[in-house]
Design a protein around this ligand. Structure first.
Ligand code: PHE
Length: 445
């Protein structure tokens, strides 16, 4: 291949793009929904532990492989395994790539909901009450309009390339999202019922923390939220100059992503209890009613309670979420696009449109069989495919790459004393921990 690879112009370019990938619907839609459904504080507690023990090392391993190989995930994994099992590497990469498509198939649907909820209050302000209602109500027609619209938006950015597209978009608007979250948290915590939500969220019920279903959900959520196991972070790692301090980068991305998820929980879980206090039925037994769609009832209610200013808040909040979803979509799309451009000689533009076409088809199938497929695809991706991919990354870095612990050798050469410990942690402890979780879940199910 003779094309010159696109790359990030600076270290900060990588950080922003990777943070843009990590921060998305997983933080603001996925995390609070999962936490509310799995006992609040117990979920948060396990989530934090799993993030530090497994997701952070997996992020490190994924970025590290991409950065060392300077190639797309399929070629990178093939190269990393070339002395031991090149085919295994290649197929591992291709499985990650299909995970990226799976992620996009449902993610673009939820992102479409965000877009329509951003437009709904706008039309209300313009006096178009019926249209506004339609936009705020879940329906197949709405999905059929907004999912393709969102895919088109993403394709428009991605086909411009890494520097012009991704880096620029990722640099914007994240701080505004954080400020909005903080203001909304301050508002919600003053409403009746919020205290109960706060306690549910912050005080773990320790009898639940060993529940295997909760552990696997928390792990899946952590992997999803950090965008690991589908090659997105690997491809971004490959666009960064070689031999940066990946440890520091991984820690800052993890900290930022986890902080935003925590803050989203601090908003949404009290908001659920405020809605309940106001007479809305939120839970049936321990479970959320409407699960994934619930925040789309709760949040607009919350914004309505603020009067006219609430409409402006609603427009900005859902627009920012749409943008956060866009930067996450871009990193997933980049995985198959980079593969097609580098290994199959596609032009960037052709690759982008082909991938977008495949994603559109997949998402249309999900829309057609929504009730039976939507939740299953999310579960298969986050609780099976992503953790298995991460297990594979640990094995590649620790065992297969140049027949041994390349990470330890490199770190010894660089004279960093603590890195051998880290290398051995990735090599022995991480794969073991992941396997223990899997085996437990399999036995207890
Ligand atoms: N991390 C993103 C989010 O939290 C989702 C994502 C998953 C993006 C996998 C890329 C790859 O919304």
């Amino acid at each position: 291949m003779s094309t010159v690879r696109d790359s990030f112009h600076s270290r900060i370019g990588f950080v922003l793009a990777a943070a843009g990938s990590a921060i998305g619907l997983g933080n603001i839609w996925g995390f609070p929904t999962q936490a509310a459904n799995n006992g609040g504080g117990a979920f948060l507690f396990v989530y934090l532990i799993v993030t530090v023990l497994l997701a952070l090392p997996a992020l490190y391993a994924e970025v590290y492989i991409g950065n060392q190989a300077q190639k797309n995930p399929v070629s990178a994994l093939k190269e990393a395994c070339k002395d031991t099992a090149p085919n295994l590497g290649k197929y591992g990469g291709l499985i990650g790539l299909s995970g990226a498509i799976m992620m996009l198939s449902f993610y673009t649907i939820v992102a479409g909901w965000m877009l329509s909820h951003a437009l709904s209050p706008l039309f209300e302000l313009l006096g178009q009450h019926e249209l506004s209602q339609w936009l705020a109500t879940s329906s197949t027609q709405r999905n059929l309009m907004f999912t393709p619209l969102f895919i088109l938006l993403g394709a428009g950015i991605i086909h411009q390339g890494v520097n012009a597209g991704i880096e620029k978009w990722s640099a914007r608007l994240m701080p505004i999202l954080l400020i909005m979250l903080i203001c909304l948290i301050v508002y919600i915590l003053q409403q009746p019922g919020a205290e109960k939500g706060l306690a549910t969220y912050l005080i773990p019920d320790f009898t639940q923390v060993t529940n295997p279903k909760l552990i696997i959900s928390a792990m899946g959520q952590a992997f999803f939220s950090l965008s690991i196991g589908v090659g997105g972070m690997m491809v971004y790692g490959s666009y960064m100059k070689k031999d940066r301090d990946i440890g520091k980068l991984a820690v800052s991305i993890t900290a930022l992503d986890t902080f935003i998820a925590f803050m989203a929980g601090l908003l949404i879980i009290p908001a659920l209890y405020v809605a309940q206090e106001a007479g809305q039925q939120v839970f049936q037994g321990e479970k959320l009613i409407g699960e994934g769609q619930l925040i789309f009832n709760i949040l607009p209610e919350l914004f309505n309670s603020m009067g006219t200013i609430g409409m402006v808040v609603a427009i900005s909040f859902f627009s920012l979420l749409s943008i956060a979803a866009l930067t996450s979509t871009i990193s997933s799309t980049e995985v198959p696009v980079a593969y097609l451009v580098e290994d199959k000689n596609f032009t960037r533009s052709k690759a982008t449109w082909l991938v977008s076409g495949i994603v559109l088809t997949a998402s249309m199938i999900l829309i057609a069989f929504f009730d039976s497929l939507f939740g299953v695809v999310i579960r298969v991706l986050t609780t099976i495919l992503q953790p298995l991919s991460c297990l594979f990354y640990f094995i590649v870095v620790g065992w297969l790459w140049k027949r041994g612990n390349k990470l330890r050798d490199v770190s010894l050469q660089q004279g960093r004393k603590w890195l051998p410990i880290w290398g051995n942690y990735l090599r022995f402890v991480c794969p073991l921990l992941l396997t223990v979780v899997f085996v437990n879940v399999a036995i207890l199910n």
